[in-house]
Design a protein around this ligand. Structure first.
Ligand code: GAL
Length: 661
């Protein structure tokens, strides 16, 4: 369920007028009109103002703001401010303060200062949300609910007494019988056998490493506690305002390590994502694209909302580079190209005080005489021209397997190499595909993947038997699968699949692994392509697979590095190392084998994405780029292009693709 209003692409952001004198509201609504702002998020951190003392609710100040916005055509995404419980509440219930894995109870003065499992917090949440819902039920300005803020960031796991009590209840429900838990966790190792649920603690900091299956379950449990806290609010809001969508914003899909967004997606009416550039990374627009593609994928392909990004610099990175002219526009339009029906910012007006006063806003400290404000106004006008895109889809022929459980499990302690990290491989494959101008979806390994020509599994360390069978069926039916090393190794309890690695995928890949040979830091080996590779080498024994490329030197010289197993109507490829420069070429071979079409001969500074009959050409480079094979009418200036289209340096061209007359 997507919010019915505003029409077209939503434009605006978090708005915190409570930080300003009343007259600034008047100036702000005028500026919103100038920029075409049509949606703002209110109240996200305003619990202390909404409930100044226990049980006394004060919404008058907010009514006035909402009414002014409404009178000016700005719709409201109304926040439930549970990410900022008030000082009086925490003072009365100090037991709600979260405890870290190291046993430190955090203090008041930041945000996210209550544990999602704490009974007092849940009770106070329910009371407040009911009062808020009752008060704003039927208000014409309120078009959706925005619950909490970025669950799991930074508070992923809590180790307080309430968490431990809930954890034991969770385990009991999951395993029923303590011997089932002992089996699942492999507690005969290091003599950890439990005889009673009360003996089980949270996997706290330890002078050695803690049982990995216990930690994996704690990650699942902790994420589920946040979801319960969300669902508590959502259910109240659905009861009171059945027509309004309810969501919560993700702390950047690709950065949300502690939140399994496949699970979260089932609980949300509309997916909302926040994305912030890694300011110092030159190609940070690739991370942006990945975050957007993952948002669209967890939304099941439906349009999603870019709930936050920044107009300029953020304030929380080591060096907070301002966006260069044109960069914000490229960023915003890239999100829209990849399926967002909104462009929202944190925040409308930059704060003068508090922790985020050096964070940019749509209205910067420099005011409206600034280049940034001019860009904001121009972007608002551009987005109005893209209104027709609303509700349209993005199609992808290639999918990347992304599973949070595998992410969690891989990054527990004591793996064969510290260089085995989930994001490193995901980023490498995503980037290679991005540079090939291939639009990708992300999929869970158990999902229906039959519609994709190619599925790539860059980092599927944890793979259940059922998911492995799903991949098997996909290949047999004609799909083409590429698996990267250290995949299919363990099951859902971090227990190694029986037999030689990769237990879950041996048959599908037509090979087994005799020994891992992780490489030293900075060490490289050479592939038969002549390209160097790093991090990993291993002894692959083909059993049905053919060798496509081998290791030319290193511990596995003369043995396979890239294999292909033809199975049924499809093929299963395996890459046993991390090419330094050659990944894109190897991937291209798989794409060609599978007949994946993509534009050729374009520089990889040009982002080319299609959505709803439009083609977006986003030039991230500092030179003009000419693209062949696209034609249509430019949405921003109405010019028709039938020959090659030249996109100036740093610019964005969007064509409504129409055949030549
Ligand atoms: C987000 C958060 C916002 C704001 C922003 C600053 O993660 O949801 O409230 O803090 O970061 O970049």
């Amino acid at each position: 369920m997507y919010p019915e209003r505003p029409a077209g692409i939503a434009y605006g952001g978090d708005y915190n007028p409570e930080q300003w004198p009343r007259e600034v509201l008047e100036e702000d609504v005028a500026l919103m009109r100038e920029a075409g702002v049509n949606l703002v998020t209110l109240g996200l951190f305003s619990w202390a103002l909404m409930e100044p003392e226990e049980g006394r609710f004060a919404f008058g100040w907010l009514d006035e703001i909402i009414d002014r916005l409404h009178a000016n055509g700005v719709a409201v995404d109304l926040g439930t401010p549970t990410a900022a419980p008030p000082a009086w509440f925490v003072a009365r219930h100090p037991d709600v303060l979260p405890v870290t894995r190291e046993g430190v109870r955090i203090g008041f003065g930041g945000r996210q200062s209550a544990c999602s499992s704490a009974p007092a917090f849940r009770e106070a949440t329910a009371r407040l949300v009911r009062a808020l819902g009752e008060h704003y039920r039927g208000h014409p300005a309120v078009v959706m609910w925005h619950v909490h803020n970025e669950y799991g960031a930074p508070l992923g796991e809590c180790y307080c007494e309430h968490s431990v009590a809930a954890w034991r209840a969770w385990l009991r429900q999951k395993y029923r019988d303590i011997s089932a838990l002992n089996d699942a966790w492999g507690t005969t190792f290091w003599g950890q056998t439990y005889t009673d649920w009360a003996e089980i603690d949270a996997p706290r900091a330890n002078h050695t490493t803690v049982n990995p299956a216990q930690r994996l379950d704690y990650a699942r449990f902790s994420d589920g506690q946040h979801r319960e806290h969300y669902a508590l609010q959502r259910d109240i809001l659905r009861e009171l305002t059945p027509g309004l969508p309810v969501t919560t914003n993700f702390a950047g899909t690709v950065n949300c390590k502690s939140t399994d967004l496949w699970q979260w997606a089932r609980e949300l009416d509309v997916i909302a994502n926040d994305h912030y550039l890694q300011a110092e990374r030159p190609d940070n627009h690739i991370d942006l694209a990945m975050s957007a593609d993952l948002a669209r994928s967890v939304a099941g392909g439906r349009p999603w909302m870019l709930m936050e990004h920044s107009a300029g610099a953020v304030n929380w990175q080591p060096r907070n580079l301002a966006k260069r002219p044109g960069e914000m526009r490229r960023n915003s339009l890239a999100h829209v190209a990849r399926g967002s029906d909104s462009v929202l910012f944190f925040q409308f007006r930059a704060s003068r005080f508090g922790a985020e006063k050096f964070h940019s806003g749509m209205v910067p400290h420099a005011g409206t005489g600034s280049e940034q404000w001019r860009e904001i106004v121009r972007l608002g006008a551009d987005l109005r021209k893209l209104a027709g895109l609303r509700g349209s889809r993005v199609r992808a022929e290639v999918a990347l397997v992304w599973d949070w459980e595998s992410y969690w499990a891989l990054e527990l302690d004591w793996r064969p190499s510290v260089d085995l990290t989930f994001r490193e491989r995901m980023d490498a494959f995503y980037e290679a595909l991005w540079r090939e101008h291939v639009t990708v979806d992300f999929v869970h390994p158990s999902a229906d993947i039959s519609g994709y020509r190619v599925v790539v599994a860059p980092s599927s360390y944890l793979l259940t038997e059922a998911s492995a069978k799903n991949l098997h069926r996909y290949v047999e039916a004609g799909g083409h699968l590429l698996v990267s090393y250290f995949s299919g190794i363990v099951d859902e309890h971090d227990t190694i699949h029986p037999g030689a690695h990769p237990g879950a995928l041996r048959e599908l890949l037509g090979l087994s692994i005799e020994e891992f040979h992780p490489l030293r830091e900075h060490e490289t080996v050479t592939l038969t392509t002549g390209d160097p590779a790093r991090v990993w080498s291993e002894r692959v024994r083909p059993a049905g697979a053919v060798t496509v490329e081998g290791f030319a030197d290193g511990p596995d010289a003369g043995h396979p590095a890239l294999t292909r197993h033809d199975l049924g109507a499809g093929s299963a490829w395996y890459l046993a190392t991390a090419p330094v420069t050659g990944l894109r070429d190897l991937l291209a071979r798989v794409l060609d084998h599978a007949g994946v079409s993509r534009p050729r001969g374009l520089p990889d500074t040009l982002e080319l994405v299609r959505r709803g009959g439009h083609v977006f050409l986003i030039n991230h480079g500092d030179r003009p780029v000419t693209a062949e094979g696209v034609s249509g009418v430019s949405v921003f200036d109405g010019v028709r292009h039938d020959g090659p289209v030249t996109v100036p340096a740093g610019a964005v061209t969007v064509l409504l693709e129409t055949p030549r007359p």
